[in-house]
Write a protein that binds this ligand. Sequence first.
Ligand code: AMP
Ligand code: ZN
Length: 111
Amino acid sequence: MEDCIFCKIANGEIPANIVYESENVLAFDDINPMAPVHVVVVPRVHVATLMDVSNGMMDEMISAVQEIAKIKGVDKKGFRTVINCNEDGGQIIFHLHIHILGGRKLSDEMG
Ligand code: AMP
Ligand code: ZN
């Protein structure tokens, strides 16, 4: 999709520190990390929000999360995944993404 930052990263038009790639999924370090480990996992195709996900799409996304947790060394100690959806959820980039946060004890606050 034109003017979508994450599509541009997926196309190679914008650089990113890629940490994981599979057939339909790509992951890269967040440009403004909120924790020592902060990775963003995206589908290669443009899907705007969690509400636009269709059956089966998330399987490869979740496999990616598992692999990235191992790559980043947070699989044992733990990490948090976040999907912000639409305005109240704090979504800023309207290309579906899973945040992976870890590398320190995260705040108990969820909202
Ligand atoms: P969200 O609020 O869930 O839409 O989060 C969007 C995330 O994308 C934020 O954590 C940003 O720091 C991150 N972000 C924005 N632009 C880039 C970029 N060019 N490369 C990596 N991460 C980015
Ligand atoms: Zn996109």
